[in-house]
Design a protein around this ligand. Structure first.
Ligand code: 6PG
Length: 483
């Protein structure tokens, strides 16, 4: 047994992760794939990696030093269970099975519980950064037992991305499914961030008539401001790309129907279960769904009336672009604030001791949502660990205060121009809801009490009350309603 770490599943992510592991001092990497061809290709193409290839799970287990540690990189779902079954047969108590796929954290909790009975550790870990990240340094979000992290931590730290201060982007997020939970929320934020950037592009394009390449320049410029991030950077590159076949901007020939593999929807489903309003993320998921409703869109386009972009132009295009930039920043702060709210609620619900500041820290490099302002989130939680909402931290409060004039102008313009901006406008609505001293929820409570005797509380005294709506309309003190 010569290898200290193994990888099962050698599609692009698995191969890249294995190569990354092999390139770091101190690691020898055992590899296994269901079909031998993939293994053969990898060892042939990368002799420098010194891989220890295995033909069977038995051989794979025999090539690993103890405690055996293996990372599964197969498509989330049934494939993962099949590999876990095989590995538990050949591993021993104390060994560690790591699932590096985008698994649903509920599955991870169940798998951890089942595998634990064999004495083997099961660690669900989020890995972000796409193919390039896997190869050069991803952001890694492991869950599982504290004990397993003693072995696994240094191995993951050897391949993780490094932030500007040199710290590796990995931390023990919490037990069992905590890592996959946090990765799920990461992806939800990723959806919101992408949608916000897409709305900004659309507003600028339809408002000012700039070409995609010109808008790429705008994004490049934005990337020197507090908006600096990987997603802004790649957006500029996508916008600058010309289609070889037609000579048109590539973005104009890509079908405008956004796909999704499910993690964004999970973020929203779980937020609904936890009662956390992640409206920006939800709108981003729904915007993708709407974009893919080809039949409905075809039936509605040109039939449902509304302003056309021709009817509306900003009087000062440069000022408008600056407004959009500020609206983007404010909305982005809201999306992160909502995402962190979900992390806090999930930690409470599932009993995880998640350090918010540490999460922001490991998202500073390697992952898809890496951005300059993540350092500010770490600072915010460091100076006030019990911060009730990220947007209330002095830095972010000041930022939205400064941006809010622009933010409101952009949402008004979008409505006037008939340009859909669900993420911008829902973020602003959330912000106004959060800061409202009174909400019309009082009326909703009144309505609920009217039709269902659902009861209400009063602002001026304790107790539960019900108005006898179908009687003399006097108020009685009562028990909480059960229906
Ligand atoms: C990452 C990405 C990665 C994947 C997304 C794509 O962090 O590296 O989030 O996990 O690219 O899951 O998700 P959709 O296909 O749903 O957009």
């Amino acid at each position: 047994s010569v290898a200290n770490i193994g990888v099962v599943g050698l599609a692009v992510m698995g191969s890249n992760l294995a190569r990354n592991l092999a390139s770091r001092e101190g690691n020898t990497v055992a590899i296994f794939n269901r079909s031998w061809e993939r293994t053969e290709t990898l060892i042939t193409e990368h002799p420098e990696a010194g891989f220890v290839p295995a033909h069977s799970y038995e051989e794979f287990a025999a090539s690993l030093s103890k405690p055996r540690t293996a990372i599964i990189m197969v498509q989330a779902g049934r494939g993962t269970d099949a590999v876990i079954d095989e590995l538990t047969k050949v591993f021993e108590p104390g060994d560690i099975i790591v699932d590096g796929g985008n698994a649903n954290f509920h599955d991870t909790i169940a798998r951890e519980q089942a595998v634990r009975e064999t004495g083997i550790h099961f660690v669900g870990t989020g890995i972000s950064g796409g193919e390039e990240g896997a190869l050069h340094g991803p952001s890694i979000m492991p869950g599982g037992s504290v004990e397993s992290y003693e072995t696994l931590g240094p191995i993951l730290a050897s391949i993780a991305a490094r932030a500007d201060d040199g710290e590796p982007c990995v931390t023990h997020v919490g037990t069992d499914g905590a890592g996959h939970f946090v990765k799920m929320v990461h992806n939800g934020i990723e959806y919101a961030d992408m949608q916000l950037i897409a709305e900004a592009y659309d507003l600028i394009r339809r408002g000012t008539g700039k070409t995609p390449a010109e808008i790429a320049d705008v994004f490049d410029e934005w990337n020197t401001t507090e908006l600096e991030s990987y997603l802004i950077e790649i957006t500029a590159q996508v916008l600058r790309q010309t289609d070889a076949e037609t000579g048109k901007p590539l973005v104009d020939v890509i079908l405008d129907a956004a796909g999704a593999k499910g993690t964004g929807a999970w973020t929203v489903q779980n937020a609904l279960d936890l009662g956390v309003p992640v409206s920006g993320i939800a709108e981003a998921v729904f915007a993708r769904s709407l974009s893919s409703k080809a039949a409905q869109r075809a039936a509605a386009a040109g039939v449902l009336p509304g302003p056309s972009s021709e009817d509306w132009k900003p009087s000062d295009p440069d000022a408008f672009i600056e407004d959009v930039r500020q609206a983007l920043y404010a909305s982005k702060i809201i999306a992160y604030s909502q995402g962190f709210d979900e992390i806090i609620a999930g930690a409470e619900q599932f009993g995880w001791d998640i350090k918010k500041g540490e999460i922001a820290k490991i998202w500073r490099a390697g992952c898809i949502i890496r951005a300059r302002f993540l350092g500010r989130i770490t600072e915010a939680y460091a100076s006030d660990p019990s911060l009730v909402a990220l947007v209330l931290a002095p830095y972010f409060r000041d930022a939205v205060t400064e941006a809010q004039g622009a933010w409101r102008r952009v949402v008004v313009s979008a409505a006037e121009a008939g340009i859909p901006s669900p993420a911008f406008s829902s973020s602003l609505a959330y912000y106004d809801g959060l800061r409202a001293e009174r909400l019309p929820a009082a009326l909703v409570q009144g309505q609920r009490d009217f039709f269902g005797a659902h009861t209400y509380k009063r602002i001026d005294k304790d107790g539960i009350f019900h108005t006898l709506w179908s009687g003399d309309r006097s108020e009685i003190e009562t028990e909480p309603s059960w229906h």
